[in-house]
Design a protein around this ligand. Structure first.
Ligand SMILES: [Zn+2]
Length: 190
């Protein structure tokens, strides 16, 4: 399966995905919240009645599951967007500020940076789409607590080669990594 090397394969049902594509078709990454637990999201994607899937789910404790091959179209953002996007679900709720754990953000930004390099995408701010931006009438995710600015800064720092921090993820570590990324972006390091 083409995709993030650290991901654990949890395949979506074949009836919930479809359409081969070229790496060159991929231009954007859509951020979602799955509105449920890891188990509920995986179960829904595995149910042929759902007719939905996404390429990845990032769990609250920082693991990455892959449901659909990057070079297969997943059904997460509607027919106008599915073909050119990678979909990343996040365990949790759009309305819950506690969805965005440091472990989840760490794993998701590593995935985002890897995808951006692998498919030679534009810089993160030009690539990231929130699901609600695509479908504002019916979708609220990833919601008001999605830390878009820090997320983009951390993904950008990882793409720029700032070494990943060691040890257990923590909020302080996350912010240090973000600040390091900002410092690099603005040439403040010597
Ligand atoms: Zn969504």
């Amino acid at each position: 399966m083409a995709g993030f090397p650290q991901a654990q394969a949890v395949p979506a049902h074949r009836d919930n995905q479809g359409g081969a594509r070229s790496p060159l078709d991929i231009t954007h990454i859509v951020i979602h919240t799955g509105e449920g637990t890891e188990e509920a999201i995986s179960s829904w994607f595995g149910n042929p009645a759902s007719k939905v899937s996404a390429h990845y789910t990032v769990t609250r404790d920082g693991r990455v599951l892959q449901h659909v091959d990057d070079l297969t179209v997943a059904w997460h953002a509607g027919p106008s967007y599915n073909r050119q996007t990678i979909g990343i679900e996040h365990e949790g709720l759009a309305a819950d500020p506690n969805t965005w754990t440091p472990e989840l953000i760490e794993a998701s930004t590593s995935l985002f940076a890897w995808l951006s390099k692998e498919y030679a995408l534009a810089p993160p701010p030009q690539v990231l789409l929130e699901h609600s931006e695509i479908d504002p009438l019916t979708r609220l995710d990833p919601g008001p607590y999605f830390p878009r600015g820090p997320y983009l800064a951390l993904a950008g720092a990882k793409m720029a080669g700032v070494p990943p921090k060691t040890g257990a993820p923590s909020t302080a570590g996350l912010w240090l990594a973000v600040l390091a990324g900002v410092a690099v972006l603005f040439g403040m390091t010597r």
